[in-house]
Design a protein around this ligand. Structure first.
Ligand code: PMP
Length: 361
């Protein structure tokens, strides 16, 4: 087998080795079926068991209450930027967006096409280095919903607690920290997340939505863009990403076997702390996010110059530490350390950081 390297990619990202091995075993034929998941009907009993397994695994892991639907859609989290306002931002109404980074900005752009989207707070001025406090939010109690991004993948800032939004439905893009720690699902009306960081491959998007929201959806939307279609057809209105859903079922099983999201959270905090400690130990590395807003999934930092950052990323790659170059829009270094990234990879990065500083400091 080709040796696996340390994969710090922001997404698609590292998947758990036992999941890949199980998928490999099943590739030529699911046990007792003689065909792979990619070759069977999405309406077959076998696939029914797979999609139910994915849903029940996620329900257990996240403690999703009965009155919430679990959907597996397509179009990425990016399509949710449009579906959320198309379904819930009615003419004459408005929605509040809290902008803590690049993905929130993209969500806002799509909402503005659908109706009135107000910025309840933006952290753009400081370069998206922190999460706002409750006292900084200009929330409209009549808003159709409040939207936020639980973890900004590019800047590496993460909400630690939900904001106080009163009775207004809270809707969140949780693409890059879903399943990294427990979340109080009942504080949200809707949560969506692309699978390709902590859940599986790209091409499938998880949507968790409270049942009472369905009543707010206007008639006349295109069938595929109306959440009711997917609720009524249990995500099988059209052919879903069967492979992606299958991998999500395996990842859920892996997480449950590891002890669930509290155990995962402890591991993730310990991994992140190792890198943040390495950053804080010297002036050479500068963390991007404020200490209390630091992401445990995407650790972002700078070096004294862009030249050194380029050198850092290139030499790291040569040593088997891949994917550390920051997003093209902000530069710097970004270590994405999702659930499936082993502690050994983080330890290797910390050792590399110390060595690099010694040689180039
Ligand atoms: N939101 C966040 C927080 C993301 O990190 C990403 C992808 N990196 C997206 C949205 C867009 O996701 P997709 O490519 O699945 O549309």
């Amino acid at each position: 087998m080709t040796e696996r390297i340390h994969n710090f990619s922001a997404g698609p990202a590292v998947l758990p080795l036992p999941v890949l091995e199980e998928a490999q075993r099943d590739m030529l034929g699911l046990s007792g079926v003689g065909m792979s998941v990619m070759e069977i009907s999405h309406r077959s009993k076998t696939f029914d068991e797979i999609i139910n397994g994915a849903e029940s695994g996620l329900r257990k892991l996240l403690g999703i209450p009965e009155n919430y639907h679990v959907l597996f859609l397509q179009g990425g989290a990016s399509l949710q930027f449009s579906m959320v306002p198309m379904n819930f931002l009615r003419p004459g109404g408005s929605a509040d967006y809290i902008i803590t980074g690049s993905w929130g900005k993209k969500a806002l752009k799509e909402a503005k096409r659908a109706g009135v989207a107000n910025v309840a707070a933006t952290m753009a001025d400081g370069g998206f280095t922190r999460i706002p406090g409750n006292d900084e939010l200009k929330l409209d109690p009549k808003a159709a919903y409040v939207h936020l991004t639980t973890n900004e993948t590019i800047e590496g800032v993460e909400w630690k607690l939900e904001p106080e939004v009163g009775e207004v439905p809270l809707m969140a893009d949780a693409s890059s920290d879903i399943l990294s720690h427990p979340i109080p699902v009942d504080k949200y009306a809707l949560v969506y997340a692309g699978a390709q960081k902590n859940m599986g491959p790209s091409g499938v998007t998880l949507v968790i939505m409270r049942d009472d929201l369905l009543k707010r959806i206007p008639d006349g939307l295109h069938t595929m863009l109306d959440y009711r279609t997917h609720v009524e057809n249990k995500s099988l209105y059209n052919t879903p990403n069967t492979w992606g859903i299958y991998i999500i079922s395996l990842v859920s099983k892996w997480l449950l076997e590891k002890g669930g999201l509290e155990a995962m959270h402890r591991e993730n905090e310990a991994k992140a702390q190792l890198i943040y400690d390495a950053i804080d130990a010297t002036e050479y590395y500068r963390g991007h996010a404020d200490t209390d807003s630091r992401s445990i999934m995407n650790v972002t930092f700078r070096l004294p110059s862009e030249e050194l950052e380029k050198k850092f990323a290139a030499e790291a790659t040569a040593e088997g530490l891949d994917g550390l170059k920051g997003h093209r829009s902000v530069g710097g270094i970004r270590a994405s350390i999702y659930n499936a990234l082993p502690l050994a990879a983080v330890e290797a990065l910390v050792a590399f950081m110390k060595e690099f500083k010694k040689k180039n400091g």
